[in-house]
Design a protein around this ligand. Structure first.
Ligand code: AHG
Ligand code: MN
Ligand code: MN
Length: 330
C-alpha cells in the first residue's frame, strides 16, 4: 500500500520545480488530521463536547472542538517554514507566519460543528495558494484573495466511520484512509471521478419557500423523476464534507443556495466553496453559485459567503436550464 508521504513524493518527482515545500505542508495537514481524529473520537470522554461560550467572526457559537481544531492547525502550520500565512474560518484576520514561506493555507478547521455532539461525521477543509507578494515580506490580504482558480491544492479530511483524506493538486482527486495500526494514511481511492448519474440530492429544505423559483422547479422535477422511477434519494447530513464525500463517490447534487433573506447563502467562499469546487471539477463534476462557476467568482473579503450548488455535470446543467427558464426580474 502507498502511504500519503510516498504518494506525495512520487507526484512531486513528476512535477518539475517541485521543491518539497508543498509536500511538507500536506504532510503537516495529515499530521493534524491524525491528531484530530484521535481527539474527536474520545471528545465525550474528555469533556470536549459543547460550547466554549465564545462567538466567532461568523457570529456562530464556538464549539470546544472548533477551537481545538483551529489551534492545532494554526500551531502546526505556523511552524512550517514554507507557510507564509494562514486564514481560518474561525479567525477574524489573516495570520502572518514565515515571511520566507511561499505558500498560504486557508482552513475550515472543523466543518459540521453542529453535528459534533450527536456523533455525526464532521470534517476539516483546506485550500493552498502560492503567495503573490514578495518573499521575505509579511503576507498581505491580496495573497488570500487570488480567487479559486489560483489554488495549487485543496482537500478535506472526513472523520467518519474511518478517517479519510482526499485532495487534489489539479491532477485528479486522490483519497487516503487512515490506518490507525500504522499511524499512516494509505492510498485507497486513486484518481476519483464522480459518477455521471446522480443517486443522491442533498439540501436543507427549511428555507425552500425563499429559494429562486427556478430551483424550486428543479426540486419539483427531482420529485417528478422519482415518480417516474428514476429514483434519487434525499441524503443530507448537515456536514458539508460528509454530504460532499458521499455525492462525490456515489454521484449526487448538493445545494445550499441563497434565499430572499440571505442572498449570499451560508457557506464561506474561501474556506468551503473554492476548495470543494476545485475537487468537484477535478472529479468531473461542476460547482456553481447559480450564475457562474464557483472558481470564477472574484473574492472581495476573507469571510465572504456564497451560494453553493455542486455535483454531477448533468444535474448542474439541468439546474442551469431551470434557472434560465425562471429568470427573476430585478
Ligand atoms: P461549519 O461547521 O464549518 O460552520 O459548517 C457548517 C456548514 C456545512 O458543513 C453544512 O453543509 C451546513 O453548515 C449545514 O447548514 P444547515 O445546518 O443550515 O443545513
Ligand atoms: Mn464548514
Ligand atoms: Mn467550521
Amino acid at each position: 500500500m502507498t502511504t500519503l508521504e510516498q504518494f506525495i513524493i512520487e507526484k512531486q518527482q513528476e512535477q518539475e520545480r517541485a521543491t518539497g515545500a508543498f509536500s511538507r505542508i500536506l504532510r503537516d495537514i495529515g499530521l493534524v488530521a491524525k491528531m484530530l481524529s484521535f481527539y474527536l473520537r474520545r471528545a465525550s470522554l474528555a469533556n470536549m463536547l459543547g460550547e466554549m461560550g465564545l462567538t466567532n467572526v461568523q457570529g456562530e457559537s464556538v464549539q470546544k472542538l472548533d477551537h481545538l481544531a483551529n489551534s492545532l492547525f494554526i500551531r502546526n502550520l505556523s511552524r512550517n517554514p514554507h507557510v507564509a500565512g494562514i486564514a481560518s474560518e474561525e479567525e477574524e484576520n489573516l495570520i502572518p507566519a514565515n515571511p520566507s514561506g511561499k505558500y498560504l493555507v486557508l482552513l475550515d478547521p472543523l466543518d459540521g460543528s453542529s453535528n459534533i455532539d450527536v456523533g455525526v461525521p464532521v470534517g476539516s477543509i483546506f485550500s493552498i495558494y502560492r503567495r503573490i507578494t514578495p518573499e521575505g515580506t509579511p503576507v498581505q490580504l491580496q495573497d488570500f484573495l487570488q480567487g479559486g482558480r489560483k489554488q495549487v491544492a485543496a482537500g478535506y479530511v472526513l472523520y467518519g466511520t474511518s478517517t479519510l483524506l482526499f485532495y487534489t493538486t489539479g491532477k485528479g482527486v486522490h483519497g487516503f484512509t487512515l490506518e490507525p495500526a500504522a499511524g499512516d494514511f494509505l492510498l485507497t481511492y486513486p484518481q476519483v471521478q464522480t459518477p455521471e448519474k446522480s443517486s443522491y440530492y442533498s439540501f436543507n429544505d427549511n428555507q425552500l419557500h425563499e429559494w429562486h423559483p427556478g430551483l424550486r422547479k428543479y426540486v419539483e422535477d427531482l420529485h417528478w423523476r422519482n415518480q417516474q422511477g428514476q429514483a434519487q434519494s434525499l441524503r443530507y447530513v448537515g456536514s458539508l464534507v460528509a454530504d460532499f464525500h458521499r455525492n462525490l463517490l456515489k454521484g449526487g447534487v448538493f445545494l445550499y443556495p441563497g434565499t430572499v433573506s440571505k442572498p449570499e447563502g451560508k457557506l464561506r467562499l474561501l474556506y468551503e466553496g473554492y476548495p470543494m469546487a476545485f475537487l468537484m471539477e477535478q472529479a468531473g463534476g461542476k460547482a456553481t453559485n447559480g450564475t457562474q462557476s464557483i472558481l470564477d467568482i472574484v473574492p472581495q473579503k476573507l469571510h465572504q459567503r456564497t451560494p453553493l450548488i455542486l455535483g454531477t455535470a448533468l444535474e448542474i446543467e439541468r439546474i442551469y436550464s431551470f434557472l434560465q427558464e425562471h429568470v427573476t426580474v430585478g
